[in-house]
Design a protein around this ligand. Structure first.
Ligand code: AVI
Length: 323
């Protein structure tokens, strides 16, 4: 944390999480081009907006991945060792994991997420619906090393990382995450991972510029959080949502664009924006099957199966930890 953020955190009696947010916001807004991490979209309001996004007609990834998991469930069940522990990195809606739990014979489920309250509520619901399953939530940042619960140590491990969340990592971060997951899950582990595919640019554009404006509200929610949690004075009407496809880098980029020249204040610091200046808030990388398979190979995993929908929109991959 920089000195300024540390002093302010002390003055404002921030908890550790808010201090990290304060630090990252001050640093990100000071960079050129300015940026904010997409991880800060997901407070309660942002998570609800994301759930709404997953139901939008333009946002194909969620329903397409669910279709693959449903249609290929028997094949996934064939690969997964009976009685294995399913370790999910990040825990949102349980719809996808329920599909796997219904179709495969898992002995335990370990959801890992930074938000302990949410995780425990999800765990309670799953224990009711799958009484024979051991459910062991772990409250941790899943991008950093964490220990698996003792109860699953002796079981074979299967990682689960759906939703193309991997696409929100820079390629070097994606490689780092895959390597760390391999360390955490250990020798002989497997991984089931959902990855969004490159496609017609119009389809991608529409998925991140929905007609109902939910994605715009999701994007602007990071400024709402800065105002609420860090005493910022961002005028939400003075920033506009922009999502574009960057073909060279195979990624959707989300930006917040300043509609006019303006100066905003956060935690006692001023940030002056030119009209049209951007804050880059998210990248969502799109892969070909071949480029993802190469990334996995270079990150300690051997790809064993890749499934896509008939339209070639989304992919689900099975990986096994390489020796
Ligand atoms: C969570 N993540 C995979 C979503 C995506 O598509 O990159 C987040 C999102 N951003 C805008 N719409 C959805």
């Amino acid at each position: 944390m920089n000195v300024h953020a540390a002093a302010l955190a002390k003055a404002h009696r921030f908890d550790d999480r808010t201090s990290a947010f304060a630090h990252d916001v001050l640093e990100g807004l000071s960079q050129q081009p300015r940026r904010l991490s997409p991880k800060y979209f997901y407070d309660v309001a942002g998570s609800e907006l994301f759930e709404q996004i997953t139901l939008l007609p333009e946002y194909y990834p969620t329903r397409t991945e669910l279709g693959i998991l449903r249609d290929r469930g028997a094949e996934i069940a064939n690969i997964v060792p009976a009685g294995a522990a399913l370790v999910e990195f990040g825990a949102g809606s349980t719809t996808k994991v329920r599909l796997l739990l219904d179709q495969c014979n898992f002995g335990a489920y370990v959801p890992v997420d930074i938000s302990g309250d949410f995780l425990n509520a999800q765990a309670r619901a799953l224990r009711c619906d799958f009484p024979a399953l051991g459910v062991y939530p772990v409250t941790a940042d899943f991008t950093a090393p964490f220990a698996l619960p003792a109860a699953v140590k002796a079981m074979p491990k299967v990682g689960f990382f759906p939703g193309s969340t991997l696409g929100n990592f820079e390629p070097f971060e994606a490689c780092g995450f895959l390597r760390s997951a391999r360390e955490i899950l250990g020798e002989g582990a497997q991984m089931i991972i959902g990855v969004d595919l490159e496609k017609d640019e119009r389809v991608l554009y529409d998925a991140y510029n929905d007609a109902a404006g939910v994605t715009a509200r999701f994007n602007l929610n990071v400024l709402v959080r800065i105002n609420q949690e860090l005493g910022g004075n961002f005028d939400l009407k003075a920033f506009t949502h922009r999502a574009i496809y960057n073909r060279e880098r195979h990624r959707i980029e989300m930006h917040l664009i300043s509609r006019k020249a303006q100066t905003m204040r956060v935690l006692g610091r001023s940030f002056s924006f030119r009209a049209g200046e951007s804050i880059h808030t998210e990248s969502s990388y799109k892969y070909s099957v071949g480029r993802f398979v190469a990334l996995a190979r270079g990150s300690g995993w051997k790809p064993t199966a890749s499934w896509t929908d008939t339209g070639g929109m989304f992919s689900v991959h099975a990986l096994v930890a390489s020796e």
